[in-house]
Write a protein that binds this ligand. Structure first.
Ligand code: ATP
Ligand code: MN
Length: 460
């Protein structure tokens, strides 16, 4: 069926022509003579108004046009008489493709975000989730565009991984064994040789290690895929399934890495301002009057860069106000990250963390205490990016793996890249949903992914 997107109709100057629209009824109002039907098809946050002369339409048909119903309306596109829209449709023909009775849960506006999470199958039909989902698409596209334009290659790293040494938290097991009665070894342990892959496998927590292998062949690569963490962190910033962007660059040092991270974040935020104006305006007005200003302010000035050690010096002076006291060597908590971004009035990149709170693969500094890690801290969010220059020296890497009691045999392939033509390289991971929190102004990560996976929650 030929029809035109609402987005195109609303932008059209070409009136007094026959058009057809298909979508879902947001509201119907009117009087005894005319009905005003607002139709939204998801192409844009705004709905188009169709005006129906009730003398021309069957009463039974009009009764079926209720909030949530799916309709096809054809008629003449005309300049709108009313306020708030430039054009409207004088309806000539209306078909109800799918009714929605009075049990449709989105009858009236103003449902809480908590309630909408319980109806995640229908919440895309709200203005809020329409806006968030459209912005998710634009941000995803912008990420591919940013890297493509810079000559990066997209790498599809595996989702099922045979190593449990990626060093980023708890993993979900992948198995086809009968969990109530798995095959056992003589000593009572589970015999994974009989499992599907003949070994223990998990869902990946990061594509980084594979990214490194590819960078040492293709130069500049990035992954953009789902990652899984079985950590029981019920916070507004953690999901069990989230999407991560992980660029990995041969011949980049930590400074090049920071420059790329800053350039990328600014590019993405500018892209949102340029391509998602309607949706941003809606979210700004409804949820957070500072949203658009905050996005602009992040683009305007350089991110503050300082070492972990310098940050700790600042934080220590305010220990009295923190729940978790800071001293050199402790991992920074959300409250400390917040303090730093407020103190510097914008994003902060911290570098040179103590090696004991960071992963085994990070390049060791000459001081013997710190590694060339970098975390990008954002207003509102806290950590949005974690990255590092990687240890390219075989001996140093092996020593660290042994010190941290990581099973060397699982990483033989990773270690071999340091044996054969090793090179300096660096990379980072950007949590896609953390970026989405920032650009939408939503405050709970469950509201920036279509179907959130969190502890005890995988309904849809
Ligand atoms: P955090 O300290 O916030 O738990 P992390 O240090 O464990 O994060 P990394 O392993 O450095 O995270 O992952 C890289 C990026 O992935 C983070 O900077 C963040 O943007 C994102 N990220 C990490 N864990 C999650 C999660 N559970 N849900 C959503 N995004 C996440
Ligand atoms: Mn991190």
């Amino acid at each position: 069926m030929i029809h035109t997107k609402v987005k195109e109709l609303l932008a059209s100057k070409d009136v007094n022509r026959e058009v057809a629209v298909q979508g879902w009824v947001r509201t119907k109002r009117g009087n005894k003579q005319v009905g005003f039907i607002a139709v939204n098809d998801g192409s844009i946050i705004h709905s188009i108004q169709a005006v129906a002369d009730l003398s021309k339409f069957d009463e039974e048909l009009m009764k079926k046009i209720t909030t949530g119903a799916c309709v096809r309306i054809s008629g003449t596109l005309v300049q709108s008489q009313g306020q708030g829209q430039s054009v409207e449709i004088q309806a000539k023909e209306i078909d109800v493709l799918g009714v929605a009775d009075e049990t449709f849960p989105l009858q009236k506006k103003g449902h809480t975000l908590e309630f909408l999470r319980e109806i995640a199958h229908l919440r895309p039909r709200t203005n809020t989730f329409g806006a968030v989902m459209r912005m998710r698409h634009h941000m995803s596209f912008a990420i591919h565009k940013f890297f493509n334009d810079k000559g990066f290659f997209n790498l599809h790293s595996p989702i099922i991984t045979g190593s449990d040494a990626e060093g980023a938290g708890e993993m979900f097991h992948v198995t086809t064994m009968d969990v109530s009665n798995p095959p056992k070894n003589p000593d009572g342990t589970i015999n994974y040789k009989e499992d599907f892959f003949g070994k223990e496998t998990n869902l990946t927590v990061s594509g980084q290690l594979e990214g490194e292998l590819a960078a040492m062949a293709l130069g500049l690569v990035y992954t953009f895929g789902p990652t899984f963490r079985a950590e029981n962190s019920n916070t507004p910033r953690h999901l069990a399934e989230f999407w991560m962007i992980e660029p990995e660059m041969a011949f980049y040092d930590i400074t090049d890495n920071m420059n790329l991270a800053e350039e990328m974040l600014k590019y993405l935020i500018q892209y949102a301002l340029d391509h998602c104006a309607d949706d941003l305006e809606f979210l700004n007005n409804l949820y957070d009057k500072e949203l658009i200003n905050r996005l602009k302010s992040v683009i305007e000035k350089p991110f503050t860069r300082l070492t972990y050690t310098d940050a700790v010096e600042i934080l220590k002076q305010h220990n009295a106000t923190f729940e978790f006291k800071v001293e050199w060597g402790t991992d920074l908590q959300k409250e400390h990250e917040n303090y730093l971004v407020e103190h510097f009035k914008g994003p902060v990149i911290l570098t040179n963390y103590p090696k004991d709170i960071k992963a085994f693969y990070m390049k060791q500094n000459d001081d013997g205490k710190t590694v060339r890690a970098m975390d990008v801290l954002f207003p509102w969010i806290g950590e949005i990016i974690g990255g590092s220059q990687r240890e390219e020296n075989y001996e140093k890497l092996l020593t660290r793996i042994n010190e941290m009691k990581i099973p060397e045999k699982d990483l033989w392939w990773y270690l071999e890249t340091r044996k054969y033509g090793t090179c300096p390289h660096a990379g980072f991971g950007l949590g896609f949903e953390r970026l989405m929190l920032f650009v939408t102004g939503m405050t709970n990560i469950r509201d920036v992914i279509p179907f959130p996976r969190t502890p005890k929650n995988a309904e849809f």
